[in-house]
Ligand binder design. Structure first.
Ligand SMILES: [Zn+2]
Length: 113
């Protein structure tokens, strides 16, 4: 997994972070997995710093929360429908920087430990 702090490009969709999954083809080339299957060979996690600064200001707490959320996606975690979780999508007044009980439960369910 690579974590890229993108400080130069500005995406206009307001997304502050994104995870890109890849698999290796039979020739060993990394291919983007648009089907989002459960297990990937490699992932890239991007944080869009310019958007984060516009959305959150220069507050490291929110930046940490964004990267932790995207790393959760790299571990195949999805957005929960409800509950307190680092994997919750969007802004609900609380952004966590460490995995919550629901995140840990979902990790254990997904990976078995
Ligand atoms: Zn997400």
């Amino acid at each position: 997994m690579s974590v890229i702090c993108n400080t130069t490009s500005y995406n206009t969709d307001g997304v502050v972070g994104r995870m890109y999954p890849y698999y290796y083809d039979t020739f060993g080339n990394a291919k983007y997995d648009s089907t989002y299957v459960n297990i990937w060979d490699v992932t890239d996690v991007y944080g869009y710093e310019l958007v984060m600064e516009e959305e959150f200001g220069d507050n490291n707490y929110f930046h940490q929360s964004t990267y932790a959320h995207e790393v959760g996606h790299a571990l195949s975690l999805n957005h929960p429908a409800s509950g307190s979780a680092i994997m919750r999508q969007g802004w609900d007044g609380v952004q966590y920087t460490v995995p919550q009980t629901l995140d840990k439960t979902n990790l254990k369910t997904k990976w078995g430990y």
